[in-house]
Write a new protein. Structure first.
Length: 86
């Protein structure tokens, strides 16, 4: 019983270390919410991806575009979910 309480206590205390003050604090390969795609890709590349974008099922409000990663990035491909302007 003491081990269970100790484990529960540690889990609850260590959980606060994983929180961030702002969602913009989370980033993957230097990309985070709120940054413009133009900081990472050319306008030409963005237009090509938007033309071939995948949309959410039964909705044309959200599109998914994907870009191949540059050399040195941790991931092979990055996907962005973009809300379409009206």
């Amino acid at each position: 019983m003491k081990k269970f309480i100790l484990v529960l206590f540690l889990l609850l205390n260590l959980q606060s270390l994983t929180k961030a003050d702002d969602i913009k604090d989370f980033e993957i390969d230097g990309r985070s919410i709120g940054k413009s795609l133009l900081e990472f890709y050319s306008l030409k590349d963005i237009k090509i991806e938007v033309e071939t974008a995948t949309y959410y099922p039964k909705s044309k409000k959200m599109m998914v575009v994907g870009f191949r990663s540059k050399d040195g990035d941790q991931y092979e491909k990055h996907e962005f979910h973009i809300k379409k302007k009206r």
